[in-house]
Design a protein around this ligand. Structure first.
Ligand code: ZN
Length: 303
């Protein structure tokens, strides 16, 4: 009974912690690594760090990219670990060798939403169309760092840390078939596609991250030919801070233009609030409007 109670409290803590931050995880590269640090359950597999785990396999160590050692730890309870900030304090670029890497598409389907700005929000993943229950596979060899059924935004999500230094994120799943700390090969079945979390229809929200930096997966993967685009991927400090930071100055023109909404036929203020994700009270204040104000199509609403 005591054990069950412990598990219940542990689960409650986890879901409470992640419901606060995870919604932002898809869209905002905010540093949440310091927010939550729950004690690892001692009944789990031995708490080895990523580096230690690899040291046991001498062959792997040789082919392993140096970057995978830069994470420092292997936390099963934090959604994203934004280690790039520390790393880029002492260096300007990271080279990821993909030459010997075995690669498999997570799911072979039509891309229906790309990385970039989307409906007033940055979108850090590539959305791949699928039917509920379709098989989702790991893109590279690696170890499951994180798996959680209830992450706001992501829904059921798996994050795998790969020996090459990338982390991949598989979200909106209907079933998780692996556990944290499982060793995975490229092409292994890890879960089933679905519609959990913030999702309007069954699809896979797939992200590639490097030390927490969300990278456009289409810069790395040639989806049409189901292969990698290059043998190497170089992440520079500038890329981390600008190219792959959709909220940086580089994208300011997009941010600026997206902060205005043009009223369409049939719109009401509450509909606009819902569409844009801006609370009604904020819209009213910014635009000096009342709840009862009539807004005509074509009018600009400041967000
Ligand atoms: Zn998505």
């Amino acid at each position: 009974m005591k054990n069950i109670l412990h598990i219940l409290i542990f689960n409650l803590l986890i879901s409470a912690a992640f419901s606060q931050s995870a919604d932002e995880e898809i869209f905002f590269p905010a540093d949440t690594s310091k927010k939550i640090h729950l004690q690892k359950n001692t009944d789990d597999a031995p708490s080895t760090t990523f580096l230690e785990q690899d040291n046991n396999e001498e062959e792997d160590l040789e082919s392993q990219n140096e970057i995978s050692t830069l994470y420092g730890d292997f936390d099963n309870h934090v959604v994203h670990q934004y280690k790039y900030k520390e790393v880029f304090q002492i260096r300007d670029s990271l080279i990821i060798s993909l030459e010997k890497e075995k690669f498999v598409l997570p799911f072979n389907g039509k891309i229906n939403s790309h990385y970039g700005w989307r409906r007033y929000r940055p979108h850090y993943g590539t959305d791949i169309d699928l039917n509920k229950g379709d098989s989702i596979k790991s893109t590279f060899d690696g170890i499951v760092r994180y798996a959680n059924k209830k992450v706001k935004g992501y829904g059921q999500v798996i994050i795998i840390r790969h020996f090459n230094g990338f982390e991949t994120v598989y979200a909106h799943l209907s079933k998780i078939l692996i556990s944290p700390n499982d060793t995975i090969k490229a092409g292994d079945l890890i879960g089933l596609g679905g519609n959990s979390g913030r999702s309007t229809g069954p699809h896979l929200h797939f992200e590639i991250r490097c030390l927490g930096v969300p990278i456009n997966s289409e810069d790395i993967i040639d989806y049409e030919n189901q292969c990698l685009k290059n043998n190497t991927f170089i992440l520079t400090k500038k890329d981390a801070e600008e190219t792959y930071n959709l909220r940086s100055k580089k994208y300011y023109h997009i941010v600026k233009s997206k902060r205005i909404y043009i009223v369409k036929q049939g719109d009401t203020l509450s509909k606009i609030a819902k569409k844009t994700g801006i609370p009604l009270s904020v819209l009213l204040k910014k635009n000096k409007l009342k709840k009862t104000s009539i807004i005509k199509p074509g009018r600009k609403i400041y967000l």
